[in-house]
Write a protein that binds this ligand. Structure first.
Ligand SMILES: Nc1nc2c(c(=O)[nH]1)N[C@H]1C(S)=C(S)[C@@H](COP(=O)(O)O)O[C@H]1N2
Ligand SMILES: [Mo]
Length: 387
């Protein structure tokens, strides 16, 4: 399947057709020329955190220059020639691989939707700490690299091993109350069962080109189905351990409260929750009464497949099925659309809600135990229908 076939119909094709017919359209041509090309929206400087302009969603694959960027520390400058990946710990043979070694191994590609666990944080009430993401800390790319399982096999995992820690070359002071002394390197662990799955790659290409620096050059992990924090960039060390890892990025950061035997227990965030987001219309958008309007967006469900998306145009009083576009690709979002013709003038509250094939529904209410992460409850988009 080509990328174009995966593109959920519509806007990218429509736009191309529009460009071709420009000379015939006269006045409309200048209208189109005034529409600026979409660009990343800066949310933080030093370190840089940038979000995909979600309202511009018009293709299944996010082009590299629009893929959101989430950095905790300054981006390290690594050169491919000097880069080494060490695999140590509970293994029979420690490995020390060069970039050429890795690229000589059999490769695999996977199309993966990655969402930051803090995506949507700006919608939380009361306002919470952390990067104030709107809807766009989520993107989809095709990643190419070596399955982590192949390297684990090469190193020989000892029978007492339980987890694999992935460590990046970037480090800094997290500037949080419960940070350890000194700098912290960004690091996350995976249970061995997930680490061995085919969707866990050590990727060196993104949408057909070598990894851009912001996305982890020369090599990053891609953990399909999980929130973005698991996909460690600028990977330099893999430690196989015989004990669970309780590092900063899985206890203080990127952990939520789960109830176990009635006790709130800090639990590392893993797979993405089901979630549908509306790209257009945007909040406050003006829509003409009586005209056709295409409500559209994307939905994803982590390791599960999207079953359906429902849309409400009356603040959740009634729901109707949206149309899922193209076909389902495992671990990637599904674009969807819903044709709407608002009759009455005034404010309308739009909502989209995802259901997955395992029976999970996107929650209507926010679970406060999720701290400032996993913001997956249904959001409302208020639009202004006028004459
Ligand atoms: N080494 C390193 N890896 C990292 C991070 C980081 O700051 N340093 N951020 C993580 C988080 S929280 C997310 S959401 C994803 C974002 O990947 P992207 O910047 O390519 O979109 O990278 C993850 N991997
Ligand atoms: Mo993230």
């Amino acid at each position: 399947m080509t990328q174009r076939e995966r593109d959920g119909i519509g806007q990218s094709m429509g736009r191309r057709a529009f460009l071709v017919t420009l000379p015939l359209l006269g006045g409309a041509a200048s209208l189109f020329a005034d529409t600026p090309a979409p660009e990343l929206i800066p949310r933080q400087k030093n370190p840089d955190n940038l979000e995909f302009p979600f309202a511009s969603l018009n293709s299944f694959i996010t082009p590299n220059h629009l893929h959101y960027v989430r950095n905790h520390y300054p981006q390290p400058d690594l050169d491919a020639a000097g880069w080494r990946l060490r695999i140590i710990g509970a293994v029979d043979n420690s490995l020390n691989l060069s970039y050429a070694d890795l690229r000589a191994m059999p490769a695999r590609s996977a199309t993966v939707t990655m969402e930051c666990a803090g995506n949507g944080r700006s919608f939380l009430k009361p306002k919470s700490k952390g990067v104030q993401w709107d809807m766009g800390a989520v993107s989809t790319a095709e990643w190419t690299g070596v399955p982590l399982a192949a390297l684990l096999d090469r190193a020989g995992v000892k029978s007492n091993a339980v987890e694999v820690i992935l460590e990046g070359a970037d480090q800094g002071d997290p500037q949080k109350d419960a940070a350890p002394p000194g700098n912290v390197a960004f690091a996350r662990s995976l249970p061995l069962a997930k680490a061995r799955r085919a969707e866990v790659l050590l990727a060196y290409r993104m949408n057909g080109v070598d990894l851009p620096k912001a996305h982890g050059f020369p090599v990053r992990a891609i953990v399909g189905g999980w929130y973005g924090m698991a996909s460690v960039k600028w990977l330099t060390r893999i430690i196989v351990t015989d004990k669970p890892f309780f590092g900063f990025d899985q206890t203080i950061d990127y952990a939520v409260w789960e109830q176990r035997d009635g006790l709130p227990t800090l639990t590392a965030i893993t797979a993405m929750d089901p979630k549908a987001l509306i790209a257009r219309p945007t909040a406050g958008e003006k829509i003409a009464a009586g005209n056709a309007y295409r409500i559209h967006g994307a939905a994803w469900a982590g390791e599960q497949e999207i079953d359906r998306v429902e849309v409400s145009t009356n603040g959740g009083r009634s729901w109707s099925a949206a149309t899922l576009l193209a076909e389902a690709i495992p671990l990637a979002w599904r674009l969807w659309e819903y044709p709407w013709r608002p009759a009455a003038q005034g404010q309308h509250i739009l909502m989209a809600r995802a259901y997955d094939k395992s029976g999970r529904a996107q929650p209507l209410e926010r679970d406060p135990g999720r701290r400032n992460y996993r913001i997956s409850h249904v959001l409302s988009t208020a639009v202004d229908v006028g004459a």
